[in-house]
Design a binder for this molecule. Structure first.
Ligand code: M6R
Length: 612
């Protein structure tokens, strides 16, 4: 993971870099550092967050109009001051920041040590800057040429920026499997892990491709070459991102803002894509490939984390509406088990960030086997949508809280729409049901707003169970993946151990855990298996468990049995995850806040998992 930002222009670089690092902190936050060029390489770095870094800066030394910064999520070497980036070459003249992993760093390090290099950190990154230094000095090369040649020897993933103390008018960057965006401002130029540090200054960007090296000169000349030294002719793109979208907008945390944005973000993910009144639905990315979708013998969805939970719900949707056999794969497992993929399969890759390394690797593997790949991604211009054959953006806007919330509901909206379109196309759902589903989907934003209005009630329940060490989440059918998602939300931000289970599986083991201290969150909105869920709740109550039930409005039966109930509006069961997940997001949020946890930046996590 890690966030990178670099600047060369006419302004003071340090404030721009620090502000950029704060925007990129969602990518990692266990240490941070900057290097500013002003005749010498002035580097400051420390364990902790960007605000900690600000405390160790010596103001007089960070004046300069070129520099770079880094916020780290540790891979090689514990988070401490020494392992923090930037790392320096042996002579101290070159500095590097890096996002990724150099897999063959051990071999490279040994070879460099034999040549007399010595290292101060445990990182793979320090090895790379020494390698660049070695190649440069031995062959008397320019910085970009030495970087290019060094990268030919590297196995692994990288987005890097390299600076030379003796050339303050130039920055060099490169990428492979980790993102790097070049921003072209008015007399000022940027490199960053994503566009968020850049949008304040320019909307013109170039997304670097894998194995490309960029050299940017202060006068605005730039050149992009592959590591094989071929000159490229990249397209300058205009990005549509405004700075307010990157702010908390008056909310205490990004996560809360993003939960509350869902009526708008769900509406955004449907905008221009359906009209229940007129009886149509379409996704631009599917239009050109309808025959392929219609004739698909199988759909395989691949993703990680919360996106994987959305994929699991899609399995139910595609099979129910379109009657297409559907499988869901953890991207990390998919790529390592030689999967059978045929030309009749449609692969759907889901990712909020569009950068998740495991998902990207699964996409590349499926592509190498000739599969048709459809991406469902939030982050516009990220790597996955540039690697897939077609796809749909979910248009949820920047999601900055590490715990995914609005991206999940927008992914579900798009997946539900896909399943409805396919069911209609294949004649598997009646015209009447098709229109009803479209109409109910259109009503989701207002129903979500109604649930959000119950925040105080959910906060109260959070206060009642906040001190638990464990929690169980149970759901059936469409709500089983919602139970998994609820449990993931709780564990990742509050550090409470939580498990999601299909409700009926409880009696096959987890029931042994239930006692008077165990909160059991039951998502009990299903009409189809209502009796069975009632029985499951009784089984929990018989063992004195604390039941928090999410029920459909008017369900008095469960209300009488449960310790706490949260009522949500009725909706057709296949669409119910779009509603039932909302109280679970709020419940986790309030519990985590009450426990004093950093909900936007939970320990050990990062938003974009760009390492495998
Ligand atoms: O960006 P992606 O959707 O590919 O990310 C996948 C997971 O890393 C992500 O959903 C993660 O599990 C979140 N922290 C969950 O809230």
């Amino acid at each position: 993971m890690c966030g990178i930002v670099a600047y060369v222009g006419s302004k003071e670089a340090y404030p721009i870099i620090i502000e950029g690092l704060k925007r990129l902190e969602y990518r990692g936050y266990d240490s941070a550092g900057v290097s500013i060029l002003n005749g010498t390489m002035n580097t400051f770095k420390c364990k902790g967050k960007v605000t900690d870094l600000e405390q160790v800066i010596v103001k007089e030394k960070i004046k300069g109009t070129a520099g770079m910064g880094h916020t780290r999520w540790a891979t090689h070497g514990v988070p401490n001051n020494i392992n923090a980036h930037p790392h320096l070459s042996g002579d101290g003249n070159l500095a590097i920041v890096h996002n990724g992993i150099i897999e063959n760093y051990g071999t490279l390090r040994t070879a460099l040590e034999k040549l007399g290099h010595s290292f101060v950190s445990d990182t793979d990154t320090e090895v790379l800057i020494h390698l660049i230094e070695e190649i440069r000095n031995t062959n008397d090369l320019s910085l970009e040429e030495a970087t290019r040649r060094a990268l030919q020897k590297v196995v692994g993933a990288y987005a890097i920026v390299v600076l030379d103390a003796n050339d303050p008018d130039k920055i060099v960057g490169a990428k492979k499997s980790s993102p790097l965006v070049f921003g072209l401002g008015d007399g000022e130029y940027f490199l960053a892990s994503d566009a968020s540090p850049i949008v304040k200054y320019t909307d013109k960007v170039i997304y670097l491709e894998d194995e490309e090296v960029i050299t940017i000169h202060r006068n605005g000349d730039y050149e992009i070459r592959t590591i094989e030294n071929e000159l490229t002719d990249p397209e300058v793109q205009q990005i549509d991102l405004n700075i307010e979208e990157l702010e908390k907008g008056g909310y205490e945390h990004y996560m809360l803002k993003e939960i509350y944005q869902q009526p708008q973000t769900i509406a955004e993910s449907m905008r221009g894509r359906l009209s229940a009144d007129e009886g149509w639905a379409k996704l631009g990315g599917m239009e050109q490939h309808l025959t392929r979708f219609k004739n698909a013998k199988r759909i395989i969805l691949t993703a990680c984390g919360t996106s994987w939970h959305a994929a699991m719900i899609a399995e139910y949707l595609f099979e129910e509406f379109a009657r297409i056999p559907t499988e869901v794969e953890y991207a990390s497992e998919f790529r390592y088990r030689n999967p059978i993929i045929t030309p009749d399969d449609v692969i759907i890759a889901l990712s909020q960030s569009g950068e998740t390394a495991d998902t990207l690797a699964a996409v590349k593997l499926a592509k190498s086997k000739g599969a048709f790949i459809y991406g469902i991604v939030n982050n516009v211009g990220s790597t996955i949508p540039r690697t897939t054959d077609s796809g749909s953006y979910i248009h949820a806007g920047p999601e900055i809280g590490v715990a995914s919330t609005k991206a999940f509901t927008s992914q579900l909206t798009v997946l539900t729409l896909m399943a409805i379109i396919l069911g209609h196309l294949k004649g598997k759902i009646s015209e009447g049901y098709y229109r009803q589903l479209l109409s109910e989907l259109e009503s989701v934003p207002s129903l979500v707003a109604k649930i959000l209005a119950k925040a105080d009630q959910i906060k109260y329940i959070a206060g009642e169970i906040r001190n638990t060490s464990n929690a169980l989440y149970l759901g059936r059918g469409y709500n089983f993946p919602v139970a998994l998602e609820g449990a993931l939300k709780l564990k990742e931000i509050s550090y409470i151990h939580a498990e999601g289970y299909p409700a009926a599986e409880m009696k096959h083991g987890p029931i042994a855990l239930i006692d008077m201290y165990m909160p059991v969150v039951v998502i009990a909105t299903n009409k189809s298996a209502h009796e069975k869920i009632v029985s499951n709740i009784q089984e929990v109550k018989a063992r004195k468990g604390i039941v928090v039930a999410i029920v459909t409005e008017g369900d008095t039966r469960i209300k009488e049995m449960a310790d706490f109930t949260i009522e949500i509006p009725y909706i057709e069961e296949p669409l119910s995850p779009l509603l039932s997940v909302i109280p679970l997001q709020l419940l986790s949020y309030y519990i985590a806040v009450m426990r004093g946890c950093n909900v936007d930046q939970p320990r050990n996590l990062a938003k974009s998992v760009t390492v495998e």
